[in-house]
Design a protein around this ligand. Structure first.
Ligand code: ATP
Ligand code: MG
Length: 558
């Protein structure tokens, strides 16, 4: 994968650890909770973790942080693995599960009790909150804090055996109820939750908290650099406390970087789930979703997403990143790599009255202006064609460089034509344009010296094919949809999807493979839908327009 000279603070830390001999082999991990699909923010975390391992010749694990069974499922476990692979990364060995360490974690909890560092507490949630204090006031010791070791061991064993109801007891670390860091005020290590787990079934009725699990999971796996986002900075003292108080073979360290917050986007699994549950979108992989599955279906490429993650850098601040940078990355990638093709979204028939009926001329056209390796395709040229209705006017000023009655235009990769007449319906709407072909103009200017005004795309009306084209745009029309005063759901862009049923496409596009991307000339970048596209019923999704219409007009629409 691409290496760059550009470095970030994490690379500096790791390079120093290696130079000082503190670390031999760099081991990182990506630790998603399987309670939703991965989104763009996770893509950033994946690129950071796998990228660092790659750069320093180390390893990166994929570990499911599956300590909250209620919201987790196999669907998410499967989608997360598919997404990481699709982004182009390979984890070290088998995929790992926090749940496979439950016995070890429990044994360590017993160890802490034996050492006098943990106790069973009977305060209910409300009492615990009162005892906890506030940011400005210290907490108070729980009345159960001084239970002796034997009693604590007995109660913990009985918690595990299912003798108590949910909420009746918890296991807490004995640290410091007066600590200015709330996370250190005797944090909870285990809760009773009588729910089955997707991996361990009904083996457990107590589950470890994130804080008690995460660092120990890192230690079990020999993770050297445990990289997370800034909201865990305040948890680091606790992370270190567990590492210091447990008999561990390895000592991972936690480092934090700023979350990726793209503009015009929400990246919270809870909110993304709401969009799915409320049917605002068609599913987690709806092409408007900032999920990896959605971006994939939209026609984003793994390399464009990786490039974006690299462009925005990795820093210790939580700023908003302009989503236009992601759009720039995909445009650049597709401009370089996507074959060109022609599609007419809003068809208007043109009849070349001088062109023989039934004749089909096969015109060769380069698939890409500079990439000769992408070859050519055949464009059938016929008497009846479609052009886009926006590309014709009966009258127009000089700025309009398309087809005008009595004037000429070049059909891309084909002849120059001249509009001679229009056929209208009773209401005056143009039904058909009649035109003539200027002879010998394939690759040449007209011999009479009257040059065409511009170049437009076209498709043969008799040899072309019809397709469904889905015009996607940004899902939100607010820069920070979930940071404003109103609910994020009120900022949905009503024009985020427009479905064109009767678009005309050049016939070669029927052979497009699902997920193959194209530039539809003058229209934008499109991808054959990975699920719905077939040769018989072609379906294309707009990935992105050719230009940033949001920057130009501050709104949607090309
Ligand atoms: P969400 O807020 O969407 O629920 P999460 O942090 O709860 O996300 P996890 O499955 O726990 O989701 O995340 C796995 C990893 O991805 C964590 O290390 C987390 O810090 C990281 N991550 C999640 N969101 C972002 C983001 N926006 N930018 C960078 N990293 C992120
Ligand atoms: Mg999380």
């Amino acid at each position: 994968m691409e290496k760059t000279a550009a470095s970030n603070f994490l690379e500096t830390i790791i390079a120093e650890d290696i130079a000082a001999g503190r670390v031999q082999t760099v081991v990182t991990r990506f630790p998603p909770e399987p309670n939703g699909y991965l989104h763009l923010g996770h893509a950033k975390s994946i690129c950071v973790n796998f990228g660092l391992a790659e750069r320093f010749g180390g390893r990166c694990n994929l570990r499911f942080d599956d300590t909250n069974p209620e919201k987790e499922s196999q669907e998410f476990i499967d989608s997360i693995q598919a997404d990481v692979r699709w982004l182009g990364y390979t984890w070290d060995g088998e995929v790992r599960f926090a749940s496979s360490y439950f016995q070890q974690l429990y044994d360590w909890a017993v160890y802490l009790v034996e050492q006098g560092h943990a106790y069973v507490c009977d305060l209910n949630a409300e009492q615990a909150r009162e005892y906890r204090g506030t940011l400005t006031e210290p907490g108070r010791n729980s009345p159960h804090r001084d239970r002796d070791v034997a009693q604590n061991l007995d109660l913990l064993a009985r918690m595990k055996a299912g003798e108590f109801a949910e909420g009746e007891k918890v296991l807490r670390a004995k640290i410091d109820m007066a600590s200015p860091n709330m996370n250190m005020r005797d944090p909870i290590l285990y809760r009773i939750r009588k729910v089955a787990h997707h991996q361990t079934g009904s083996d457990w009725v107590i589950y470890p908290t994130y804080d008690f699990a995460h660092g120990q999971e890192d230690a079990i796996e020999g993770v050297t650099h445990s990289i997370c986002t800034l909201e865990f900075e305040d948890h680091r003292p606790l992370y270190d406390w567990f590492i210091a108080h447990l008999p561990l073979a390895s000592r991972p360290r936690q480092y934090e970087f700023g979350r990726l917050n793209p503009s015009y986007t929400v990246t919270s699994k809870r909110k993304l789930k709401q969009l799915v549950d409320d049917a605002v979108v068609a599913g987690w992989d709806d092409p408007r979703m900032p999920t990896i599955a959605g971006m994939r279906r939209r026609g984003y490429t793994p390399s464009a997403i990786r490039k974006f993650c690299q462009m925005i850098g990795t820093t210790r601040s939580d700023g908003v990143v302009d989503v236009a940078m992601l759009e720039f990355a995909i445009r650049e990638d597709l401009n370089e790599n996507a074959p060109r093709a022609m599609c007419v979204l809003n068809p208007l028939k043109v009849v070349l009255t001088d062109y023989p009926e039934g004749k089909v001329e096969k015109l060769a056209a380069a698939s890409h202006p500079s990439r000769t390796d992408l070859g050519e395709r055949m464009l059938p040229f016929t008497r009846e064609l479609y052009i886009d209705a926006d590309d014709f006017r009966e009258e127009a000023n000089k700025k309009y460089k398309r087809l005008v009655l009595g004037k000429r235009v070049r059909l891309r990769n084909a002849y120059v034509i001249e509009a001679v007449d229009v056929v209208k319906d009773p209401s005056g709407a143009v039904l058909e344009v009649h035109a003539r072909t200027i002879p010998d103009t394939i690759g040449n200017d007209p011999a009479d010296g009257i040059k065409p005004k511009g170049v437009i795309q076209w498709v043969s009306a008799t040899e072309g094919r019809q397709a469904t084209v889905r015009l996607y745009d940004r899902l939100f029309n607010h820069e920070s949809p979930d940071k404003g005063e109103r609910d994020f759901m009120t900022h949905i862009n009503p024009a985020s999807l427009q479905v064109v049923q009767g678009a005309w496409i050049e016939p070669s596009l029927c052979n497009a493979l699902p997920e193959q991307g194209f530039q539809f000339e003058r229209e934008g970048y499109f991808v054959a839908d990975r699920l719905d596209h077939s040769e018989q019923a072609p379906v294309f999704n707009r990935t992105i327009g050719l230009r940033d219409s949001w920057a130009e007009h501050g709104g949607s629409g090309e």
